[in-house]
Ligand binder design. Structure first.
Ligand code: ATP
Ligand code: MTE
Length: 172
């Protein structure tokens, strides 16, 4: 099982601030994933071409089972993660974005500004998270119960979670 974490942020890529959201994704995963996984991590600047290239790297050239992105999902001019997703995804899984926005609304009214989604390319599942560190846990935990079965369905690697922390669901 290989998992890629891609932080998408102009300022984190320039070094204006330290990337907190990428490490927060890793910490969250380590809190409930019990099976072995290898992590690869990358920080890229915003923009459709750069983000699409990073996504294709981890779907096609150096494939992973799961890509988690953070950042670039909002309405600002440089926020183009959704546009990159549209050019890379073969199938969109709109329910992921719907659920993440629903739970995020309990935290902040600006949750509806995120255009985050998820999708499949080949045997890789891609899930977008917002850039703010505070969004990582709530969004990842909301959708993760469905992730192991989704990976089964697309022929990706098997992932197990600790049922006492985060129970994943595989229909019988
Ligand atoms: N990877 C990150 N690590 C730490 N803080 C972040 C990260 N991404 C976003 N933030 C914080 O969330 C705030 C709002 O997110 P926003 O989308 O504006 O950031 P951003 O995408 O990093 O912006 P930019 O691309 O201009 O650098 C930022 O001002 C920053 O404080
Ligand atoms: N859970 C959660 N979701 C959130 C937020 C947040 O603080 N917590 N911030 C929102 C804001 S202010 C924006 S602009 C969008 C997009 O953020 P991004 O461009 O960093 O991806 O995510 C939204 N979703």
């Amino acid at each position: 099982m290989r998992i890629a974490i891609i932080t998408i942020s102009d300022r984190a890529a320039r070094g204006d601030y330290e990337d907190i959201s990428g490490p927060a994704i890793e910490a969250c995963l380590r809190g409930f994933v019990t099976s072995d996984f290898e992590l690869v991590r990358r920080v890229v600047a915003d923009g459709r071409a750069l983000v699409a290239d990073a996504l294709m790297e981890y779907c096609d050239r150096d494939p992973v089972d799961l890509i988690l992105t953070t950042g670039g999902t909002g309405p600002a001019p440089r926020d183009e993660t959704p546009e990159a997703m549209q050019s890379v995804m073969e199938k969109e899984l709109a329910g992921f974005g719907e659920l993440m926005r629903r739970v995020s609304l309990e935290q902040t009214p600006t949750a509806i500004l995120s255009r985050q989604t998820a999708g499949i390319r080949g045997q890789t599942l891609i899930i977008n998270l917002p850039g703010r560190p505070a969004a990582i846990d709530i969004c990842l935990r909301a959708v993760f119960p469905a992730v192991p079965y989704c990976l089964d369905l697309i022929g990706a690697g098997r992932i197990e979670t600790d049922p006492a922390v985060l129970a994943s669901f595989r229909p019988a």
